[in-house]
Design a binder for this molecule. Structure first.
Ligand code: GRG
Length: 338
């Protein structure tokens, strides 16, 4: 498929530099997080070590750990609980990716073959289970019932979101409301908890905790909206995975839902057919419909509004470089092309 230009892509906003600047602020913390990740990945089962290293060191952006660290630092956290928490969140994220790639039969992620492509579905599901259960072992070590409560609810919501998505798959009748509810659960919830827990471990007031949870929810929603837009518009090499995956799987994401609402009768018929059947046979018609109805721009606009709400949620926080970095992370979520 050809590379498309979206309203968000400008010469200055590929995202990498912006992210590097944010990362630099908590570089030392992130180094400790990576050490903890490598340390806690270890098992006496060789396959777990091999696959764990492949996936966890596979070039992920570490956005969720970054959210934990920045939130904790913005809350003037004392101690090192934020390091373990950031590793826990990345383990959970990685477990969901392993399972998701099996569910979607994906063969490429982060510019490399997926674990299921290399080791098969069974191994991927089971190593996902290892990472997921290891994260709960680590939470027990932290000894905070509040952290466990938040993360237990979060992983449950993620699973619900994924089931909602499965139910809506191949259904052109999926509404924008149902789509937004799905992405809030499957993606935004983990960002929400990452930001919220930074406040929880720092003993902040419930108002600050709520503000950071709101920030994370809006950030995660913006992030997934852009993810769904990039699936139709990105450069596959830059994105590190194939383009058109969502359509191929019959996933009714917002660019498709919006095009279905605004398209001509012919476009509507073709879009509905494409979602029902899945596959990429009708990709050219679908792209034409998405483009002519302004559906990528619509998705980007909604993402921009979510990023704005994320930044507004931080109004309660005192000024600091970490607060500024959280604001920048929200901007990055919508300006990125990878
Ligand atoms: C194991 C709790 C548990 C649940 C399994 C399969 C599943 C239920 C959930 C999948 C949820 C999922 C994968 C949502 C998509 C989130 C998303 C856009 C991931 C990509 O995030 P990036 O770009 O990844 O931050 P990197 O590669 O940078 O780490």
């Amino acid at each position: 498929m050809s590379t498309r230009t979206t309203p968000l892509k400008t010469a200055d906003h590929g995202g990498r530099t912006d992210l590097a600047r944010i990362v630099a602020l908590v570089e030392e913390d992130l180094r400790s997080v990576n050490e903890t990740i490598n340390d806690r990945l270890r098992s006496d089962i060789a396959l777990i070590n091999q696959m764990g290293t492949y996936i966890v060191s596979g070039g992920g952006k570490r956005l969720r750990p970054l959210t934990v660290l920045l939130s904790a630092r913005a809350c003037e956290h004392k101690g090192d609980t934020h390091i373990a928490l950031a590793a826990i969140v990345e383990f959970i994220h990685t477990a969901t990716l392993l399972h998701d790639d099996v569910v979607d039969a994906s063969d490429m992620r982060r510019g490399k073959a997926t674990a299921n492509e290399v080791w098969g579905n069974e191994a991927s599901v089971l190593v996902g289970d290892f990472l997921y259960s290891r994260s709960f072992e680590m939470m027990v070590e932290l000894g905070s019932m509040r952290v466990m409560e938040v993360m237990a609810k979060t992983t449950n919501r993620i699973a619900e979101g994924e089931v909602m998505q499965l139910i809506n798959c191949h259904s052109p009748d999926t509404t924008e409301k149902q789509y937004l509810e799905t992405i809030r659960r499957k993606t935004a919830k983990l960002f929400e908890s990452s930001a919220q827990l930074g406040a929880v471990i720092s003993g902040q007031s419930s108002a600050v905790e709520q503000a950071l949870a709101d920030y994370g929810r809006h950030l995660g929603t913006a992030f997934q909206l852009i993810d769904d837009m990039l699936d139709f518009s990105a450069d596959a090499e830059e994105l590190g995975k194939s383009i058109g995956d969502d359509l191929a799987e019959g996933k009714p994401t917002l660019p498709l839902i919006n095009a279905l609402q605004r398209g001509s009768e012919t476009q509507k018929r073709r879009l509905a057919e494409a979602i029902k059947s899945g596959g990429l046979d009708q990709i050219d018609d679908v792209l034409e419909a998405i483009e002519s109805t302004g559906s990528l721009a619509y998705t980007a606009r909604l993402a921009g509004e979510e990023a704005e709400l994320a930044q507004q949620a931080l109004a309660i926080m005192p000024g600091s470089p970490y607060k500024q970095a959280l604001q920048d992370l929200a901007k990055f979520a919508v300006e990125r092309n990878f």
